[in-house]
Design a protein around this ligand. Structure first.
Ligand code: ZN
Length: 182
């Protein structure tokens, strides 16, 4: 999840390592990770690097072009707050909150999205240890956003028709840019 910007599209995409809409990998349901090996550790490190470059709050595997159930998230807002979560699952959620949301795969697009206010998540760390997290606010929103990515769901699928209309021009620009790059 990003906290967004709305610069010129070609300037944004130049050297940008995040896979953007409408790349088909973003619409696919990602596969569970069966074993935490060197490949997983290497990819996780790369995802954290990309997250830093883009100043994102979180990044999901498909956004790094990898259709696997892995999420990197900065859980504190501090440089040492980066964490990697394998096969995360939201096990319970409560309440409802609507707030502005952006996505690194949809640069320049923002919309009000309704989410659960609190979530509980079960995942595994890079050592294969189970971790259980209970959180609210921005982090609860980020968790729902990133696990959506693992199921091939974008904020585009959750925004109102009016919000789609507001963002129509930028969506067309992203579609054109994707076509251009082949
Ligand atoms: Zn996103």
């Amino acid at each position: 999840m990003s906290q967004s910007n709305s610069d010129d599209i070609s300037a944004v995409l130049d050297g940008y390592r995040v896979v953007c809409y409408p790349d088909p990998v973003l619409g696919r349901k990602a596969k569970p990770i069966e074993e935490i090996d060197d490949e997983v550790r290497r990819r996780a490190a790369e995802m954290i690097e990309i997250m830093h470059e883009t100043r994102g709050v979180g990044l999901a595997g498909p956004q790094a072009g990898w259709s696997a159930r892995i999420v990197t998230l900065n859980t504190t807002g501090e440089p040492d707050g980066d964490a990697v979560f394998i096969n995360p699952e939201i096990t319970s959620s409560a309440g409802e909150e609507t707030d502005e949301e952006g996505c690194l795969s949809l640069p320049g697009i923002q919309a009000k999205i309704s989410r659960a206010a609190q979530v509980e998540v079960r995942a595994y760390d890079l050592d294969g240890q189970e971790v259980n997290i209970k959180t609210d606010g921005l982090l609860a929103r980020a968790w729902q956003h990133e696990t959506d990515h693992l199921d091939g769901v974008l904020i585009l699928d959750r925004m109102s028709p009016a919000a789609r209309l507001v963002n129509r021009r930028r969506l067309k620009e992203l579609e054109a840019a994707h076509k251009e790059r082949g």
